[in-house]
Design a protein. Structure first.
Length: 96
């Protein structure tokens, strides 16, 4: 059961992360990555992003690459939302 604040923050994180994945990550992978939904912890310190990829055989390598590049993705996210939040959340990627 998510609070209204969590839902709003999750919607904003989904919007920003999907743009980051589309512009920064997707061109280098050769696959289409879709961010299905985002869950946020109650303290807004952790974001769980659930993704799918096309073609399906690329999902596992893409997921591993996203987990390795978490720091870079968090920096890109920080540049976009630094004026909206105090602490930029950690981002974890899962397949959906």
């Amino acid at each position: 059961m998510d609070s209204t604040r969590q839902k709003k923050f999750a919607k904003e994180m989904q919007r920003e992360l999907s743009q980051i994945l589309q512009r920064e990550v997707e061109p280098g992978t050769g696959a289409m990555i879709t961010l299905n939904h985002v869950r946020v912890s109650p303290d807004l310190g952790l974001v769980k992003a659930y993704i799918t990829a096309f073609p399906d055989k690329m999902l596992k390598p893409i997921l591993e690459m996203l987990r390795e590049e978490k720091g870079k993705i968090r920096q890109l996210l920080a540049a976009r939302i630094r004026n909206q939040v105090r602490v930029v959340p950690e981002v974890d990627f899962y397949y959906d």
